[in-house]
Design a protein around this ligand. Structure first.
Ligand code: SF4
Length: 261
């Protein structure tokens, strides 16, 4: 296989879509791990759900599996149970994992399945042209909420730490280097690795200017194995700033280890 993991499939995301930055980060992350002998390409399987993000499975030259809407996590964990030697990564969207597949997300985190989930979080249903979802901000105006959403958004990082995920991180698609490093750290972690990737949809909810000013990278003492401190960080509201980085990283027996005993 080509080292750069490219395919010949035409990319059909909107021109300039930030999904492309996630694609580049992933190719770089995995390419370096394979070149460095830390990952076997034949043992890597990438899963995708339904949504704009899901097209990524056509653009990476590795084993891939495209699931039903919101069901990629059950497919990922099933594959890992059947063959623990596999390295499993999953690409999902906020609609796919925080709405359609929320129950699978919570239970995979609770079980500490040894899989890696990267959520392309654009805070709306984009493929269906812009409806509000579980993480849309209050007041969001879209096709299904023309007068503005009246609900507070879900905090998925808080949910994941509470549910039992052992690696919890957030990054920004526009920072390809930062996203690459977080992906590599997630893959290196044994247990359920969850990464929320802020991925502005430039067609239906272009929030790039907002995030450019709002995001910042956290420093020591993170990542922490102190669940309470991690929760404090992912729920902090200081000047509207949004922290990026690895918040929580702890080692626990994985579901597959317990299963194969
Ligand atoms: Fe990207 Fe939004 Fe276009 Fe989907 S609709 S491809 S998320 S810019």
């Amino acid at each position: 296989m080509e080292k750069n993991l490219q395919t010949t499939t035409k990319i059909t995301w909107c021109p300039g879509c930030t999904n492309s930055q996630i694609l580049v980060a992933f190719r770089q992350a995995v390419g370096e791990l394979i070149e460095g002998g830390k990952l076997k390409q034949e043992n890597l399987v990438a899963f995708a759900g339904i949504g704009c993000h899901g097209k990524i499975s056509d653009y990476i030259n590795v084993n891939t599996f495209t699931s039903l809407h919101g069901r990629l996590i059950s497919a990922m964990t099933g594959a890992k149970c059947a063959n623990p030697k596999l390295t499993i990564v999953g690409f999902s969207g906020d609609g796919d994992s925080y709405d359609e597949g929320l129950e699978h997300l919570v239970h995979a985190a609770k079980r500490n399945s040894d899989v890696n989930l990267f959520v392309h979080d654009n805070r709306l249903f984009a493929l269906t042209t812009g409806q509000f979802d579980a993480v849309s901000p209050k007041g969001f105006k879209g096709k299904s909420t023309p007068f503005g959403s009246i609900e507070e958004p879900l905090n998925p990082l808080l949910l994941m730490i509470s549910a039992g995920a052992t690696f919890v991180a957030r990054t920004y698609a526009g920072d390809i280097e930062g996203t690459k490093k977080i992906m590599q750290a997630a893959i290196a972690h044994k247990g359920f690795s969850y990464v929320d990737i802020i991925q502005p949809c430039i067609t239906f909810f272009d929030s790039r200017d907002y995030f450019k000013d709002a995001i910042y990278w956290i420093k020591d003492p993170f990542p922490t194995d102190d669940q309470r401190r991690a929760i404090e960080k992912v729920t902090e509201k200081i000047g509207g700033k949004i922290p990026l980085g690895i918040f929580y990283n702890v080692q626990k027996p994985t579901f597959e280890e317990e299963l194969w005993k």
